[in-house]
Design a protein around this ligand. Structure first.
Ligand code: IPE
Ligand code: IPE
Ligand code: MG
Length: 247
């Protein structure tokens, strides 16, 4: 269930590969600070690493990848930093439209889009439309995403359905709630990976990670992250004994 069959030769033995992976791309600011650079410089390098690692995940046979790009709490940061992150996103989306056509990756965005600038929302729609028919890995970019916000929005959708008489409160089960999340019909998350030495979820994939394995890599910051670090995480994941409440 968790491992994809071999499609093409890659360096990682495929039995180590999680089917659904979440990455908390953390440590950009500290990486920049260590070099005497503004925090934004860490985000620039972090964005390049994101592109490289995304492609490598697809090559390894990961079926679903969710990357945490901007949380619902990240608006608390200085305006200058928020603007720099939004500019990087704009740039990434513009530059990637050609890339998107070449790669076999289906790109989707999860999170609340309403506070984002209209041009960014348009680019997001274009990216999703351009890649909707792709058959390879599904890439969810979590942007203005928060697990609590996602669950609250799902509760609201179901409450509306109840008040419209479409369903009764007793009809609500895990499946129905899950279908109301941004990730809809995607399988549960197998592995959550977080570099930078923080051992927390920070409101990422709260529901989806109920039985996920966690690999916290405290010896590396996201802008230094390499393919071999991903392989290290996969090896650790393969050593875990997942029981799902059984024996
Ligand atoms: C993660 O790196 C990127 C975003 C949250 C956008 P940080 O910016 O959180 O880097 P640190 O944790 O301050 O080093
Ligand atoms: C989580 O990192 C969000 C992203 C990586 C986008 P944060 O750096 O915002 O999380 P905290 O504040 O350390 O928990
Ligand atoms: Mg951080």
């Amino acid at each position: 269930m968790f491992f994809k069959k071999k499609k093409e030769p890659v360096e990682v033995p495929l039995r180590l590969v999680p089917r659904n992976l979440g990455i908390i791309m953390d440590g950009n600011g500290r990486w920049a600070k260590k070099r005497g650079l503004p925090r934004q410089a860490g985000h620039v390098t972090g964005a390049q690493v994101f592109r490289k690692i995304t492609k490598y995940c697809e090559k390894c046979g990961v079926e679903y990848l969710t990357v945490y790009a901007f949380s619902t709490e990240n608006w608390k940061r200085p305006q200058e930093e928020v603007d720099a992150i939004m500019d990087l996103l704009r740039q990434y989306l513009k530059e990637s439209l050609a890339d998107f056509q070449q790669e076999n990756i289906r790109t989707r965005f999860i999170g609340d889009r309403t506070p984002l600038a209209e041009d960014i929302r348009q680019l997001m729609r274009e990216a999703e439309e351009t890649t909707a028919h792709k058959t390879g890995m599904t890439l969810n970019i979590a942007l203005n995403y928060g697990g609590q916000q996602e669950l609250t929005a799902a509760a609201r959708v179901l409450a509306h359905r109840v008040s419209a008489g479409e369903i009764s409160p007793e009809d609500i089960d895990e499946k129905m709630l899950e279908a109301a999340l941004y990730t809809e019909d995607q399988p549960p998350v197998d592995l959550i990976l977080r570099p930078s030495g923080e051992y927390r979820l920070s409101n990422f994939l709260v529901w989806q990670s109920a039985y996920a394995e966690f690999v916290f890599m405290d010896d590396i910051l996201w802008p230094d992250f390499k393919e071999s670090d991903l392989e290290r995480a996969f090896e650790e994941f393969a050593r875990r004994n997942r029981r799902f409440g059984g024996v």
